[in-house]
Write a protein that binds this ligand. Structure first.
Ligand code: NAP
Length: 281
């Protein structure tokens, strides 16, 4: 079984991006810039943002973090986003979620200009992705996609089952696999027989949030299994896939932690570089 090493894949992607950023600097005499807006002092968000900033600097991006207290008025945040939309040194804007209750998440997402939407959450990017046009793609499914493609470069005709239909993970993952000519089944909490669906799959992507939901006897021999889930349990962090059981049947499997997670941040950097390149066209 191939243990898909997300840390290694992310390090390789960062190395490629570092070279690309250096080449862009030579060509345009400027580097892509990523601005993250962080509202409040929730510990996980602070850690995510710190890691994003560290990785951005490591590959040579211009990185900026703008912090507000969780009492900040929505108007102030929207005005700042407008300012960043018009700032030529900013290639990508990310507002760290979740937001305090008094701030309308959808309004924030829709205020970021689609060409700087490095999270790929703007309805314009969502529509472009599902229409097969150029777009920013949400970072976690993009990371899953890149890892699947490394294992199996030709996905045409493969049967894929995506477990979970969130806008963040399941839906964009489905679009990426469709673009690769997979036959995709998207499943969710009302799916009648999830085990039977999974048993049909050459590729399973689980993005649910239920510890070890996908069992060993749900997986066809030699399937590729990508585990997006991050679940805190008494035994530490576990994914949505029963790792020990599934590793005995799968051809390739991502661990939790150390699988999808590290690729998510590397893909944010990739999206920032892509936004910069599109803005130079
Ligand atoms: P979400 O928005 O809560 O969506 C969960 C999806 O799972 C929903 O579509 C839900 O169906 C479906 N579901 C729930 N119970 C199910 C069941 N018994 N059988 C089949 N489907 C079921 O979650 P999310 O934001 O996509 O996140 C999913 C997991 O990924 C979480 O553990 C999260 O922490 C993790 N995550 C990891 C990363 C990373 O970088 N590795 C990034 C983001 C999220 P309905 O639509 O019918 O409710």
């Amino acid at each position: 079984m191939i243990l898909i090493d997300g840390k290694k894949a992310a390090a390789e992607l960062r190395e490629e991006l570092k070279q690309e950023v250096a080449d862009l600097k030579t060509k345009y005499n400027k580097v892509p810039g990523l601005t993250v807006i962080l509202i409040g002092d929730m510990a996980p968000s602070q850690i995510y943002v710190r890691n994003k900033e560290k990785s951005a600097i490591e590959v040579g991006l211009k990185s900026e973090v703008i912090k507000y207290p969780d009492t900040v008025e929505e108007k102030i945040v929207l005005e700042k986003i407008e300012e960043l939309n018009n700032d030529e040194t900013v290639s990508g804007i990310l507002v760290q979620l979740p937001l305090p209750k008094h701030i309308d998440k959808q309004k924030v997402i829709e205020t970021i200009t689609p060409s700087k939407d490095v999270d790929g959450f703007h309805p314009m990017n969502v529509g472009n992705l599902s229409s097969g046009y150029e777009s920013s793609v949400p970072c976690t499914p993009l990371g899953c996609y890149l890892m699947i493609k490394k294992i199996e470069p030709n996905l045409s005709g493969k049967k894929a089952v995506v477990v979970g239909r969130s806008n963040l993970n399941g839906k964009p993952m489905t679009q990426l696999l469709l673009k690769e000519n997979c036959t995709v089944t998207i499943t969710h909490s009302r799916t009648k027989d999830l085990k039977a669906e999974c048993l049909e799959a050459d590729i399973i992507v689980a993005a649910v949030g239920i510890p070890e939901l996908v069992k060993g006897d749900w997986v066809k021999k030699d399937a590729i299994v990508i585990d997006v889930g991050i679940n805190k349990t008494e035994n530490g962090l576990v994914g949505d896939v029963a790792f020990d059981e599934v590793s005995k049947v799968a051809k390739a499997l991502t661990p939790v932690p150390g699988g999808v997670g590290p690729m998510t941040i590397a893909c944010l950097l990739k999206n920032t570089v892509e936004c910069f390149k599109r803005s130079q066209k």
